[in-house]
Design a binder for this molecule. Structure first.
Ligand code: NI
Ligand code: MN
Length: 236
């Protein structure tokens, strides 16, 4: 199991994380300005090399267009969402699809499946955004981080565990729009990970799952560490 030494992971609240490694800055799911969980001093995440988008719901791409224009970061997403970003004037687009891998900002990003929807709210319309996805991010050190995006649990997480073998997993636990703690515990078993960073909980009252509920539901998993962050706090 590779360790995250030298990699700094900061939770900006909800599903948004800033990952700093080898001088590169990667933002996963750009929702900061409108994100009620994001601390005021982090609503401007600063320079970015890449922005990874799991899916097009507003609570994941709310600030994608503005941050992409401001930073010039590579915008990494599934093709249909990428096309929409292009229609909004973004030019540094990296589109690929599930099962594929791209090299960006010093890492390899593998796109994984997610069981969720992906409509883009644009004015009063909901546009087709492709499908929801997740990423396994492989760092130069060999450390592999899975950001599941929004998803229900699915049995092919075992395949992600087998083929991509993530060391750590960022998993939604809030329930309502994604899996809750009991399903997330099954995701932990399927993936075979020993380190979990819970996300997509507490932002709104409906997202009621808690890290303690995950700990209890996954009590049978030997040596599991649930890294229970506050928004704005970092690991590494
Ligand atoms: Ni969603
Ligand atoms: Mn969401």
């Amino acid at each position: 199991m590779a360790s995250p030494d030298g990699i700094k992971m900061t939770w900006l609240g909800h599903s948004t994380f800033l990952i700093e490694s080898d001088g590169n800055r990667i933002l996963i799911d750009p929702w900061v300005m409108g994100n009620p969980a994001c601390p005021d001093d982090l609503k401007d995440p600063g320079p970015l090399d890449a922005i990874l988008i799991t899916h097009a719901h507003f609570d994941h791409i709310g600030d994608a267009v503005e941050l992409g224009k401001k930073t010039g970061a590579a915008m990494v997403s599934i093709p249909e969402t990428s096309h929409w970003l292009g229609s909004k004037g973004l030019e540094n687009l990296v589109e690929f699809n599930k099962g594929g891998t791209v090299e960006v900002a010093g890492v390899k990003a593998h796109m994984t499946h997610a069981v969720h929807s992906c409509g883009i709210t644009d004015g009063d319309q909901v546009l087709y955004g492709g499908e929801a996805a997740g990423y396994v991010i492989e760092f130069a050190s060999g450390f592999k981080l899975y950001h599941a995006g929004d998803t229900a649990v699915f049995s092919d997480m075992a395949l992600i565990g087998k083929l991509l073998a993530p060391d750590w997993a960022m998993l939604p636990i809030g329930d309502h729009y994604t899996m809750g703690p009991r399903s997330a515990a099954e995701a932990v078993r399927l993936l075979g990970v020993k380190h979990v960073v819970p996300m997509h909980f507490g932002t709104f009252p409906a997202l009621r799952g808690t890290p303690d509920e995950l700990r209890e539901a996954a009590g049978d998993v030997v040596n599991l560490e649930v890294h229970d962050l506050e928004p704005g706090r970092s690991i590494g």
